[in-house]
Design a binder for this molecule. Structure first.
Ligand code: 26Q
Length: 802
């Protein structure tokens, strides 16, 4: 690494000259960003190679995290920080008259994910490397990440995202390690000499998977792990093909990331992506294993493969295929190795989100894989028959293939040794309800791993002011041992400390206000309460409850002269899946309320509504530190965990939330008095669900706050929106309000009122905020990853920094 600032400056100027062929004076900020990026990446190279060598020589067990999404965001600052050269670089650039912050802004987010699941994968990579664990990611190098969102006339408009337009400095293309992935064709079988069957996949269409490797540097360690992303290219020698068509069809496989649309019918391209990821990754894993071992008999002792939701579940039949067809193992031996290698995380209980593939799509596309899945299912059903003889319904319910479909979650549970949920309540719901029959059959496979977030990005990087205050107060041991952040609790009654907390929050609010002023041309008041809901738009997350409540507050301010409240700014950020009609209506509604409220001179000093365009990781980093209130208001039982809730907590925002997902654990850690809980509990929701719902019409008739806001949706209150919000009103009244928005309205209004009062007592609020920060250490993904390492993967860090 650079020994000092001057060595850095020299290397940087040289790199700049070499990469852009311009003098320093002529170079643009973009030139400088790319030169710096390349310089840093090259500096990583030696350690990267050393890490790989060390893993090879020590035969350390390797973990591979397979995920269809990695939502990385920007990497420059993270890499500088983790490599321990942030100060040298910042100061060196400063000497040259360059502000590192401006260069950071040049980097386009790597947005290869939808939301929670993809961001979790990115946080996990950071924790794995920072804990010196041998854990690597495998994913897809989509040409277009999640769409870019524009708001036009209050409507969401989607534009293709272009993160690769100027190249990506953090990746290294490795064409010599390309792998061919077969689709279509047919399978031939014949008898071998020993009487067993052999299989060959013929006439397949081959798609080449080219790896692009990205270094994942641990925080001030010398471990550099790898994130390998596969790009689809045409195979080298297509015969008898219309070349242009063929090129287009193959490249399509890694063309774009599917938006999370739980209502979407399975698309063949999506299944192609899944097998593409799995086939290329397994081959690469097996190749590197073979460099150290002569047979695959002990594969599971040295390799763990983790599947992030069911999207990469074909890793199970693919590993079986390798062991059976290529290694010639018996079914029993291959199955034993496979189950012991694979582990699976479930991220949802929504039945409509569980993946199923029609056989008519699956079988022709992946003929050999289908045969193996078929055999897995046969054997599984036979086993079930031994245990539950005669119980046809149960066996039908649990089967992997049934009614013309392949059920991916069933395959995942049957073919792995560990199945985990992502928060305590979620895991209980899996065990006792959604996957109860599997839990009865395999009680030991089920376990909980409450999610976490990397405190290095979500506190140290995004909130430098708070980080400094923490370091100045309790030292920096908490960075390596995040639960040590609880030492802050000693400052609970220290007015000077609380005052500093308040100053920092204010500055972070000013920073965000400035961004909002520039982007939306909207002035917001940094001394108002910043009440924030940022997450994907989904009916179950209930952005609707929030905005209807805002409308109610507006009505109060207009009509009720005795009504008063501390000034509030409600901030929303959310992308809706392009085909999710209802979600898009809610975006329009938020913007219509914003237009009304923000332009009313009578209320605009007390109430503002902001819809942040194109919510993404880099914007999130400005949002969490600036929030006073964190909205986590999903219908109980529906949000598996949430991770935004943890990011808010770590930055001192107070949660207004339901007893859902990880909110429950946040409440346990922070204490009942430091969180605002409201609404139906999971048990109450489940009870209603057993009864077929509740009567939302009653709530409409008996609560005039509700009838008023719902009437406003359709009576022309919002100019030029005739018919616009019928679907929303109808879902609440005619379709019985599936997510209990009206049922929870009163409780929500009351808790929001309580939160407003608490804020007015600033000393009390700051103490609550401190309690949240001080107890957030549990939610570091370092804790989560240690649990995965100990309980699921059986790996430990053997490496001490030298
Ligand atoms: C499925 C089929 C076709 C196309 C896309 C999809 C698809 C893509 C992404 C389905 C789901 C997702 C993403 C799900 C997700 O992000 N789940 C969230 O995971 C977080 C991490 O565990 C949890 O905190 C959240 O509660 C959960 O909603």
């Amino acid at each position: 690494m650079f020994s000092d600032k001057d060595a850095f400056k020299e290397a940087f100027l040289k790199k700049l000259e070499m990469t852009c062929g311009k003098s320093f004076g002529e170079s643009t900020e973009k030139d400088r960003y790319f030169a710096l990026g390349q310089l840093v990446r090259e500096h990583i190279s030696t350690e990267w190679i050393n890490t790989n060598e060390r893993y090879r020589i020590d035969k350390e067990k390797q973990v591979y995290y397979l995920s269809i999404e990695f939502l990385l965001g920007r990497l420059l600052r993270q890499n500088l920080m983790n490599l321990g050269i942030e100060n040298i670089v910042e100061e060196g650039l400063h000497d040259l008259g360059i502000d590192l912050k401006n260069l950071e802004e040049i980097e386009v987010d790597a947005g290869l994910g939808n939301g929670g699941l993809g961001r979790l994968a990115a946080c996990f990579l950071d924790s794995l490397a920072s804990l010196n664990l041998a854990g690597h990611g495998f994913g897809i190098r989509y040409k277009h990440g999640l769409f870019e969102q524009k708001i036009v006339d209050g409507y969401q408009v989607e534009l293709p995202e272009q993160w690769l337009r100027n190249g990506h400095v953090w990746e290294v293309r490795k064409p010599d390690l390309a792998i061919e992935v077969p689709f279509w064709g047919h399978v031939e079988s014949w008898k071998k000499e020993n009487g067993s069957l052999a299989f060959r996949h013929l006439n397949a269409e081959l798609i080449t998977a080219v790896p692009y490797d990205m270094p994942v540097a641990g925080y001030q360690t010398d471990t550099i792990n790898t994130l390998r992303l596969w790009s689809a290219e045409p195979a080298p020698y297509p015969v008898n093909k219309d070349i242009l068509n063929y090129k287009r069809e193959t490249e399509q496989v890694s063309e774009f990331l599917y938006p999370d649309d739980t209502h979407d019918e399975g698309k063949i391209l999506r299944l192609k992506q899944q097998y593409f990821l799995v086939c290329a990754s397994l081959k690469s894993i097996v190749q590197s294993y073979r460099r150290q071992h002569s047979s695959l008999r002990e594969f599971h002792e040295y390799v763990s493969i983790h599947i992030n939701d069911t999207h990469p579940v074909l890793a199970i039949p693919e590993l079986m295929r390798i062991l059976l067809d290529e290694e010639g193992m018996s079914w029993e031996e291959a199955w034993n190795i496979t189950v012991n290698t694979i582990s699976y995380t479930n991220h949802t209980t929504l039945a409509e989100a569980l993946e199923k593939w029609p056989i008519r799509i699956f079988q022709p596309l992946l003929p050999r894989i289908y045969m193996i899945v078929y055999e897995i299912n046969e054997r599984f059903c036979q086993e079930l028959w031994q245990e539950y003889e005669g119980d046809w319904t149960r066996i039908e319910n649990m089967a992997i293939i049934a009614h013309g479909q392949v059920k991916m979650a069933h395959l995942a549970i049957c073919g792995s040794h560990s199945v985990n949920g992502v928060a305590a309540l979620h895991t209980e719901i899996l065990k006792l309800r959604e996957m109860n029959q599997f839990y009865q059959y395999y009680p030991d496979k089920f376990n909980n791993k409450t999610n976490g977030i990397t405190h290095r990005r979500w506190l140290i990087k995004s909130n430098p002011l708070l980080t400094k205050l923490i370091n100045d107060s309790i030292g920096n041991e908490w960075i390596r041992e995040p639960e040590e952040i609880q030492k802050l609790l000693a400052y609970e009654n220290n007015p000077a400390f609380l005052e500093q907390l308040s100053v920092i929050k204010k500055k972070n609010k000013e920073r965000l206000s400035e961004v909002i002023r520039k982007q939306a041309g909207l002035q917001i008041d940094p001394s108002s309460i910043f009440d924030v809901q940022v997450k994907r738009l989904h009916a179950y997350k209930r952005q609707l409850l929030n905005i209807l409540h805002v409308l109610y507050l507006y009505n109060q301010l207009k009509e009720n002269s005795s009504f008063s409240m501390p000034p509030r700014t409600f901030i929303f950020g959310a992308k809706a899946s392009p085909g999710y009609y209802y979600a898009k209506k809610i975006i329009k509604l938020i913007n219509s309320v914003a237009a009304k409220v923000n332009n009313d001179p009578q209320t605009r000093d007390q109430l503002k509504v902001v819809f942040l365009e194109n919510y993404r990781v880099s914007l999130a980093e400005l949002v969490f530190p600036a929030a006073d209130i964190s909205e986590q208001i999903s219908t109980a039982t529906k949000e598996a965990s949430g991770t935004g809730n943890m990011k808010f907590m770590m930055n001192g925002a107070i949660t207004v939330g339901t007893l859902d997902g990880a909110n429950i654990e946040i409440k346990e850690k922070a204490g009942d008095e430091n969180i605002f809980i409201f609404g139906l509990t999971a048990e109450e929701v489940l009870k209603y669900e057993r009864q077929g719902g509740y009567n939302s019409m009653e709530y409409y008739h008996h609560d005039n706050r509700i009838s008023k806001v719902l009437t406003q949706l359709t009576n022309g209150f919002f100019p030029d929106t005739a018919g616009e919000f019928e679907a929303i009103a109808s879902s609440l009244l005619m379709e019985n309000d599936q997510y209990y928005v009206l049922r929870d309205f009163d409780a929500y209004a009351k808790i929001q009122h309580k939160a407003g009062l608490a804020y007015s007592d600033q000393q009390r609020w700051l103490k609550m905020s401190l309690r949240n920060i001080g107890t957030s250490g549990f939610f570091s993904s370092d804790r989560t990853i240690r649990e995965y390492a100990d309980d699921i993967w059986g790996i430990r860090s053997s490496h001490i920094k030298v």
